[in-house]
Design a protein around this ligand. Structure first.
Ligand code: BDR
Ligand code: CA
Length: 316
C-alpha cells in the first residue's frame, strides 16, 4: 500500500486525481494540503472536503496551505479552465466546516509514516517549498516525492515556455527541484498526452457506480470546452494530475531521464524548466539529479485509469 500525502489545489484534474487515489486499492491517502492555485486556498479546501464527503471518507486530515506564492505577487486564478469554484459547473452543495489543520501536521504525518511516506504535489510548489524551509531534516524521512510540473523542450501551457504549476511559483519550484531527493517530475511532455476523450467520459458516466458518478461527465465537459478554445482540434482533456498518482503505482508505464533540473525564477521566461539534454550533459552530483518522465505508455495509462474509476465498493 502506498501511503501518499497530497499537496493540491482542486481544480478539475486535481479532483479526478483525488477520485483515482481514493478508489485505488494500492493507494492510501494519508492527508491533503490544500493551497491556492487553480482556485483560492479556501475554495480548494472546500472542494477537497466535498470529494471526501461524497466518498463518505472522514479520516483524511486536511492541512491549510498557502494563499499565494513566495514572491508575494498577486495570484491569477483560472475560472475559464476549472470553473468559478474549481469543479467546472458543479458547486459543492454546502459550505463545509473544515477542521483545517496547522501546517505542523505535515511533520506529524511524516513521523507517523517514516520512510514509507510518498509526497505527491499537483499544485503550485509553494507549500512543498515551505515544508522544506520549516522542516529541514524532517524531509529526509520522506521516501519519495512526485510532482506534476514543468515542460522540457516542449511548449508551456501558461506562457510559451512555462507550465502552470512551475510558473505559479517559480521560486518555490526551483527551490524544491534543488532540495528534494528522490524527486520524480511529471511534466507536460507526458501529461499532455494523457488524454480523456468524450467517449471515455460517456463510458465513465454509464459504467460508474462510485460516489463520484454525478461529477465526472459535467466536469469533463466544462474542462473540454476550455481546452478546445486553447488547443483547437484536441481530442479530449489532459489528465495532468492523475498522471502523478499513476506514476506512483504504475512505474512500468513511464520512461525517465535523470538530470539536474532548474526553474527560471523571474523575468520573461519565469517558470521555464531547464535540464541538460545534450548527448553528453555536464556532469552533476548524483544527489542533485531528478527523474524526468519523458515517455508514457498511453494505452496502459488510460486503461488503468478507466478501470480504477469504475471500481465498485472500493473506498474504505
Ligand atoms: C497543472 O496546472 C493546473 O491547472 C492543473 O491542475 C495541473 O496541476 C497543469 O499545468
Ligand atoms: Ca493541479
Amino acid at each position: 500500500m502506498k501511503k501518499v500525502l497530497l499537496f493540491s489545489d482542486p481544480g478539475i484534474d486535481d479532483s479526478l486525481a483525488i477520485m483515482y487515489a481514493l478508489l485505488h486499492p494500492q493507494i492510501q491517502l494519508v492527508g491533503v494540503v490544500t493551497g491556492y492555485g487553480n482556485v483560492t486556498k479556501e475554495q480548494a479546501t472546500q472542494n477537497a472536503a466535498y470529494l471526501f464527503d461524497l466518498a463518505n471518507v472522514k479520516n483524511i486530515p486536511i492541512i491549510g496551505g498557502a494563499q499565494g506564492p513566495l514572491s508575494g505577487e498577486i495570484v491569477p486564478f483560472y475560472p475559464e479552465i476549472h470553473g468559478q469554484e474549481g469543479l467546472g459547473p458543479i458547486q459543492p452543495p454546502e459550505e463545509y466546516k473544515v477542521n483545517l489543520l496547522n501546517f505542523d501536521e505535515v511533520y506529524q504525518i511524516i513521523d507517523e509514516y517514516e520512510n514509507e511516506l510518498i509526497i505527491a504535489s499537483v499544485g503550485r510548489l509553494t507549500d512543498l517549498a515551505v515544508a522544506f524551509i520549516l522542516g529541514g531534516d524532517y524531509m529526509s524521512k520522506v521516501k519519495a516525492i512526485y510532482t506534476m510540473g514543468g515542460a522540457f523542450l516542449v511548449p508551456g501551457n501558461v506562457t510559451a515556455v512555462a507550465e502552470a504549476n512551475f510558473h505559479g511559483d517559480p521560486i518555490a519550484a526551483d527551490f524544491v527541484v534543488e532540495k528534494a531527493r528522490n524527486l520524480t517530475i511529471l511534466p507536460l511532455n507526458v501529461t499532455n498526452k494523457a488524454i480523456m476523450t468524450p467517449e471515455m467520459a460517456d463510458y465513465l458516466d454509464e459504467s460508474n457506480h462510485t460516489p463520484f458518478k454525478k461529477l465526472i461527465k459535467p466536469i469533463f465537459e466544462y474542462y473540454y470546452e476550455a481546452y478546445k478554445k486553447n488547443v483547437p482540434g484536441i481530442p479530449g482533456t489532459p489528465l495532468h494530475d492523475v498522471v502523478t498518482f499513476s506514476a506512483i503505482v504504475n512505474p512500468t508505464f513511464f520512461k525517465y531521464l535523470k538530470r539536474r533540473v532548474r526553474v527560471v525564477t523571474s523575468g520573461q521566461v519565469a517558470g521555464q524548466s531547464i535540464a541538460d539534454f545534450r548527448v553528453k550533459p555536464d556532469p552533476e552530483p548524483e544527489e542533485t539529479q531528478d527523474q524526468i518522465a519523458i515517455e508514457m505508455d498511453y494505452k496502459a495509462f488510460i486503461n488503468d485509469f478507466l478501470s480504477i474509476m469504475t471500481r465498485e465498493n472500493s473506498i474504505t
